[in-house]
Design a protein around this ligand. Structure first.
Ligand code: CTP
Length: 424
């Protein structure tokens, strides 16, 4: 951003249920130094409070109510704005933008602003998102220079699961600021000072870095319907992926079968067994600046698994012979370059922090996150102790997994270019 230039964002809100997130987004934009004006379509009005937007943006809310003001608003707003963010963008508004239709203030504004200064955050039902007309419209906008943010997968407002969720608020704000500031560096805030609220300054500590995360459990088949697995919700891995994205990283998640939705913007590779996870992690590790093994890898697998369902009535008691799975983290530690930061998790039920220290040494990690199963498994929060190969140790009381994830990645980011010896 040029010295003295303001980040001026017009947020155009259309009639998707995700409009309820816009007040928080406006607040976050302002926390990050943006001036904000909002435009509501008629369909958006019942879904988001105009008064809330007026107070939070500190500016009048622009609508199609011509009796209030319709004084070449689209031209004035287009001259004022550094960026127009259409958020949420419904299939209908995307279609109008693709077709150049200007039948309300917002769509008229989209015609009055250079396309490279427009960001669209789609949100809709998965069938509407998959519809070929929508696909073609999205492609048309992208080919003309509009930034179309990816949608996420997960539970949608209509109750079904699938792609169509709007990108996360922090990710949207980061993309807006990046577009305004182009290649310039924006404010960096990382570490414990910025883990407590969702109103943080956008953190670019991992801008341009590759973060590789393993998440969830693995499953080892006993037969086609039975598996040996570990308890894991995938919440910590999802939180780490969200935090890494919000810090500007390129994020790849190798995920076992977990139900927790992974954030928009992460490359997700689904695996089932520890061997599959080992192969996917091993194949990508060389490119990673930070690698976090948050997965609960199943330690053993059956020596042989049955191709057909084992029949209880025929077998009675059975004995499964188990063999240890490869230790993925230790294998990565063995080939780690000094410039890479390798982070392990040590979730214990009885053992203390010494056990985590021992794992950090044995697996050649730079950091180990120690927590206790009864205060972490399946929960949205956790208390962590961070152990560092360079000797430090920090203990934190219970916080959300999102906050813990930012803390962990903030500490890892500090170590990427540090001259401190990274591992023994
Ligand atoms: N891990 C791994 N591959 C395995 C087992 C564990 O990569 N086969 C990783 C986990 O993802 C975690 C770290 O190693 O980051 C520690 O996992 P944990 O289960 O606590 O340790 P183990 O080495 O399996 O020891 P134990 O289960 O006996 O405590």
């Amino acid at each position: 951003m040029a010295d003295g230039a303001a980040r001026r964002v017009v947020v155009g809100v259309t009639g998707g249920i995700a409009a309820y997130k816009v007040p928080a987004l406006v607040r976050l934009l302002r926390k990050n130094g943006c001036e904000v004006k909002t435009v509501l379509t008629d369909a958006a009005k019942p879904l988001v409070g105009a008064e809330a937007l007026r107070v939070l943006s500190g500016n009048p809310v622009y609508t199609d109510d011509k009796s209030a003001h319709y004084d070449m608003d689209h031209i004035r707003l287009s001259e004022w704005a550094s960026v127009l963010l259409v958020c949420p963008a419904t299939a209908n508004t995307i279609a109008k933008m693709a077709g150049g239709i200007a039948d309300n203030l917002l769509t008229t504004l989209t015609l009055s602003i250079p396309e490279e200064n427009i960001i669209v955050a789609p949100a809709m039902n998965r069938v509407m998102w998959a519809n070929r007309a929508t696909r073609a419209n999205v492609e048309a906008l992208a080919s003309r220079g509009v930034t179309v943010l990816p949608v996420g997968e997960g539970e949608l407002a209509c109750g079904v699961r699938g792609p169509g969720r709007m990108a996360g608020t922090e990710e949207i704000v980061r993309r807006v600021i990046e577009l305004i500031d182009k290649a310039d560096t924006v404010d960096v805030a990382c570490g414990v000072d910025c883990v407590n609220t969702s109103d943080n300054l956008i953190n670019t500590a991992l801008k341009g870095k590759n973060v590789l995360i393993s998440s969830g459990p693995t499953e080892e088949p006993v037969d086609p319907v039975r598996v040996i697995t570990n308890r894991s919700s995938g919440k910590m891995g999802a939180a780490l992926a969200g935090a890494a994205l919000s810090m500007g990283a390129r994020v790849t998640v190798i995920s076992g079968p977990a139900s927790e939705p992974l954030p928009v913007g992460a490359d997700v590779v689904r695996v089932r067994t520890a061997a599959e996870m080992a192969a996917e992690m091993g194949g990508r590790f060389a490119e990673a600046d930070i690698c976090v093994m948050a997965a609960a890898v199943s330690d053993y697998r059956p020596v042989a698994s049955s191709n057909t369902k084992i029949r209880r009535s025929e077998k009675g008691n059975i004995t499964l012979e188990l063999t240890p799975n490869p230790d993925i983290l230790a294998a990565l530690g063995a080939v780690k370059k000094p410039s890479q930061i390798l982070v392990g998790f040590s979730l214990e039920s009885g053992g203390g922090v010494e056990r985590a220290e021992e794992k950090m040494r044995n697996k050649v990690c730079d950091m180990m996150v120690f927590n206790m199963a009864d205060t972490a498994l399946g929960r949205d929060d956790t208390a962590v102790t961070l152990l560092f190969a360079d000797g430090g140790r920090e203990s934190f009381s219970t916080m959300s997994k999102a906050a813990a994830a930012k803390l962990i990645l903030g500490r890892a980011a500090e170590r990427i270019d540090s001259s401190i010896p990274k591992s023994v």
